[in-house]
Design a protein. Structure first.
Length: 161
């Protein structure tokens, strides 16, 4: 079922995307609404899954994960269990912070964080390349991040529940 995001929902979500630790009173003030209404809206957005969680966004470099690797993975075949098994395997690797299933020449794009090139090499040989069905891995090292945000470009309108 679809639901509508109105202007107040968008204001609340925008404020939470900027700082999820804001007190309800401050959100209400900045959104020009009452505390009760804002609290109810946030609860509805949590209940419907629009807000999936509230987290601290860490600087990966400051916690010792200074090397970001983008890997394209091509599978040897697309059998019934090969792709789901790959997905299950990469979910177990804490180094993999994103996994995208792609259409086109490669099957998956992985965003991987490690402390050094040597650590990635070890991860590559001992874990990633050993997943059954992996045919080819093409990896690139990110030199810098021009854009790095978790904020979504919100607008008033329909959202999927």
């Amino acid at each position: 079922m679809d639901q509508e995001l109105d202007a107040l929902d968008v204001r609340i979500l925008d404020l939470l995307q900027r700082d999820a630790s804001l007190p309800i009173a401050e959100i209400a003030e900045q959104a020009a609404s009452s505390r009760t209404v804002v609290w109810r809206r946030i609860q509805r957005l949590l209940d419907t899954g629009v807000i999936r969680g509230r987290v601290a966004v860490l600087d990966h470099r400051k916690v010792g994960l200074g090397v970001m690797v983008i890997s394209h993975v091509k599978m040897a075949r697309h059998g019934r269990d090969v792709l789901p098994n790959f997905l299950a395997a990469v979910k177990l690797f804490p180094q993999v912070i994103e996994c995208h299933t792609l259409m086109g020449d490669v099957d998956f794009l992985l965003k991987i964080l490690v402390g050094s090139i040597e650590e990635y090499e070890q991860f590559f040989w001992q874990k990633l390349s050993k997943i059954e069905g992996v045919q080819e891995i093409s990896s690139s090292i990110s030199m810098s991040q021009t854009v790095n945000t978790t904020r979504l470009p919100l607008r008033v309108g329909r959202v999927k529940e």
